[in-house]
Each structure stands twice: as C-alpha cells, then as structure tokens.
Design a protein around this ligand. Structure first.
Ligand code: ZN
Ligand code: MN
Length: 162
C-alpha cells in the first residue's frame, strides 16, 4: 500500500551524467553528485542533508552550490520539490502523495492510483464549487509509521517534524 520509496536498479554515475546531458545541463562535478545523491535516497532529503552526503565525496562544496544545483535540477524536471517549512527533494517523479510519520519524521510515498478515483472526484467538486481550473493537487497523510507503532513511541509528537 504505502511504499517507502524503493526504486529498482542503482542509478550510478552514468545515469546521472546522461540525465544531465539529456536536459542540456553542463556536467559539473557537484551537479552530478547532487543528482546522484537525490536519486540514491528514499528519504526525501532536505538541501542540508544533500549537502552532507555530497560533502562525503566532495568535501569543499558549499551549501549554496548544492542549493543552486537542486533548484536547477527541479527546474529541469529531474527531481521534484516538496514545499514545506524545510523544502525537501524527491527522486520520485511520478504522480504521488506523501505519508509523514509524526514520530520519526520519515516521509513515505503514497502511490497516486491508491487515492483514485476519490481524488479525481474531489478535484472536480472543488473545481466546480469555485469555478476553479485545478491543475494539480496534493494529499498529505500524517500519523505513525509501522515501525514506530511497533515501538510504541512518539506519543508526544503532535506537529509534523520539519
Ligand atoms: Zn515512524
Ligand atoms: Mn515522494
């Protein structure tokens, strides 16, 4: 049902390079690494988290450089951005929603088809209620993930962690 985003196949070096070339972006070391790191993570990392992972291999790269490259990759449609108090970055480009665990902060992908046809009906009700033209929508789910439920912790958590 809810999947902790797992994508088959390792996208290495060549995949990231080819993807950058495909959208006509100049191939710089930091840029390729930023894309590799986001594609290699199922954690919906923040810019700071991406920076930390990139620094393991490129110690002198700045947060600013990482951030600029993330923006560029989003603009080119190579990664997605999740708006919020702390912007997160998502390698999953398909239409999907998210479940956030309020105890551990993990964000899991909820496949788009899982919310169909209810979300489609909701969109058309919202659209006709206000004469809106709805281009897209997002559904956020919150609660406790299976692992945290097993541990029985996180009772104090009330707000979505940032
Ligand atoms: Zn959890
Ligand atoms: Mn996602």
């Amino acid at each position: 049902m809810v999947q902790w985003a797992k994508h088959p196949g390792r996208r290495g070096h060549d995949g990231a390079s080819a993807a950058l070339r495909g959208v006509g972006l100049r191939l710089t070391g930091p840029r390729r690494l930023v894309l590799e790191v986001v594609r290699g993570s199922d954690a919906h990392p923040t810019a700071e988290a991406v920076h930390q992972m990139v620094r393991c291999r490129l110690p002198r790269v700045s947060l600013g450089t990482v951030y600029r490259n993330l923006r560029l990759l989003v603009a080119q449609g190579l990664v997605k951005e999740l708006p919020g108090p702390h912007t997160r970055f998502d390698r999953n480009l398909s239409e999907h929603h998210h479940f956030t665990c309020l105890a551990c902060g993990r964000i899991a992908d909820v496949a788009g088809p899982l919310t169909e046809p209810h979300s489609r009906a909701l969109v058309s009700r919202v659209a006709s209620s206000g004469g809106f033209s709805v281009t897209h929508h997002r559904i956020e789910f919150y609660g406790r993930c299976a692992a945290c439920r097993r541990k029985g912790r996180g009772r104090a958590a009330r707000r979505p962690p940032s």
